[in-house]
Ligand binder design. Sequence first.
Ligand SMILES: NC(=O)c1ccc[n+]([C@@H]2O[C@H](COP(=O)([O-])OP(=O)(O)OC[C@H]3O[C@@H](n4cnc5c(N)ncnc54)[C@H](OP(=O)(O)O)[C@@H]3O)[C@@H](O)[C@H]2O)c1
Length: 257
Amino acid sequence: MLRGMAITLSLEGKTAIVTGGGRGIGKAITARLAEAGANVVIASRKLENLETTAAELADLGPRIVPVQCHVGEAEQIEALVSRTESEVGPVDIVVNNSATNLGQGSSLDATGAMLDKMMNVNVKAAMNLVHRVVPSMRERGGGSIINISSISGFQPQPGGLLYSFTKAGLNMLTRTWAREFGRWNVRVNGIAPGLIKTDFSRYFWDDEARRDKLVGDQPLQRLGQPSDIGFAAAYLASEEAAFMTGQTLVIDGGVLA
Ligand SMILES: NC(=O)c1ccc[n+]([C@@H]2O[C@H](COP(=O)([O-])OP(=O)(O)OC[C@H]3O[C@@H](n4cnc5c(N)ncnc54)[C@H](OP(=O)(O)O)[C@@H]3O)[C@@H](O)[C@H]2O)c1
């Protein structure tokens, strides 16, 4: 049946958690999920910023609920999910978006302590959150997990070894979880952005010469915006992507092409 299938992209009645949903890419994802009808719990360390974002986006969807959470602390992940379940509903969608980068530099200057911290926030947080929500998704017949990776997870970034390393790890979580959880209709996909204009990537776009060089080398010659990522997350979360799992969508202005 090819006629009469209007694109409906609806997340009505769904509950989503977006880590780092208060700003940058996470905020754009929150806006799109809310617009599609989901209740969205946004979680990160700075409650005040989350509250401002929740108020700013309040008219877009049913509920946007700010919850303070350091995702690198396992007990805070537990508290986040328990509170979401009791105050909003069982979790249908998780967007693992929070990340940290302790800075660019020679790989010879990278330390074990830096690696531990970055693994904790960029990889272990996703693992703890997924371990907590998947049993309930399985019981209820499915769910959607979206890991925000980076093109640095696919290609080495000189001066950014630890960040690339954690994102490559996240890509492997996406693929392995997809294979393990598919039988329960729990889909796991990722998004790998290129250079998007946020606080996180300030080093790459603040300096005009550095930015012009990077953007000039891209097929699409502009900086990406958080809004370039939001709709893809809504799509991956929705029934429109019901047969898609184990993939990481690259949205990078053509860099990896
Ligand atoms: N911008 C780019 O060019 C680019 C490119 C590729 C991939 N990405 C990825 O996109 C995602 C979002 O980044 P962004 O560019 O939107 O950066 P951003 O604006 O700096 O946002 C980062 C978010 O992570 C949260 N966060 C950081 N540490 C946390 C922690 N310990 N616990 C909880 N939340 C924490 C921050 O909130 P709090 O400060 O309130 O905790 C913030 O909301 C990241 O996974 C990043 O790796 C970005």
